[in-house]
Design a protein around this ligand. Sequence first.
Ligand SMILES: *Cc1c(COP(=O)(O)O)cnc(C)c1O
Length: 386
Amino acid sequence: MKNFETLAIRTQSERSQYNEHSTPLHLTSSYVFDDAEQMRAMFSDEVEGNIYSRFSNPNTTELIEKMNLLEGAEAGWATATGMAAVFTTFAALLSSGDHILACRSVFGSTHSVLTKLLPKWGITHSYVDLNETEKWEEAILANTKIIYIETPTNPAVDIIDLEWLGTLAKKHNVLLVVDNCFATPYIQQPIKYGADIVIHSATKYLDGQGRVLGGIIVGKQDLIDEIKLFARHSGPALSPFNAWIISKSLETLAIRMDKHAENALRLAQWLENHTEVELVKYPFLPSHPQYEIAKKQMRSGGGIVTFVIKGGVEKGREFLDKLQLISMTANLGDSRTIATHPASTTHSKLTEEDRLETGILPGLIRISVGLEHINDIIGDIEQAMT
Ligand SMILES: *Cc1c(COP(=O)(O)O)cnc(C)c1O
């Protein structure tokens, strides 16, 4: 078995007759058959091959095979966005009457899928706080089919023990689905701890340069077969162009994540010593409540740092307005450092009480630490705080 970096670089679709070194882009909606017999055999799944790009394309196949190897999964599927990956997983694996048990701090659109869309088809959910581990077991109902979590969470960077949760899911015969967007497979591989399905928004670190949208689902073969059936006929396919971009990006995932994490740790340490900062949260700071778990299941603390600036909502907004280098944008996992203020933006529609329950204090700032020189990142934050 080759190492992570080698797999990320050397997993490649077969060369064409032109002998290209780097995988070319396959922009074609369909594929021709050699004869009527081959066409018949492919349509009846007797032989593998490309039929139509809603089903498969050499660029998406390369990306999926690479992600399977990087996450340690049996099989996978690629979707147009991270949300298409989330929705496809639920739609393919659940039926009317099923229940999802999720961590309260799920991504905003995932929350909307759970609360506004799935109830239309009789699929219910309930939330448990990621930090209240004693409440998870009793929250599993007779009709619970999926446990759905993110770790680290957004924006509070809370962490749950994947090994413990994997064992709990197995004990109750419930599928464990992990959105591994914040960590990426380089930092954390949930399948090792018993996850059945791992989901990614490839839009974030997997692309890593804020260019394209994409989603990935990997996991157990029988579950991915269900997902394939749903996706082939409902059509959330990833475009070959985006697959090509993301597969190329994965070649540098390891080196990028090491640098994101190095910069993030240095920023977190600097913030911890700043007088205008009330609280800093970063998985690899010893002050993080789940530091020991983070050390056990993560290679590094990743690229997201959150901190609470003294002075509440007003001060948080003022801080953002003063930034000169760091971008104010909704994305994360970009080579450019990004700052957001969840209380006045992504989570402004929640009640104050719900916000606090999800760990979103009024002065909370989330930094997706980029790949610029760390002195320039800290310099911008320093000048914006004074
Ligand atoms: C961005 C994000 C998603 C959704 O991904 P899109 O590619 O924007 O559809 C899902 N989960 C997490 C944790 C995210 O950060």
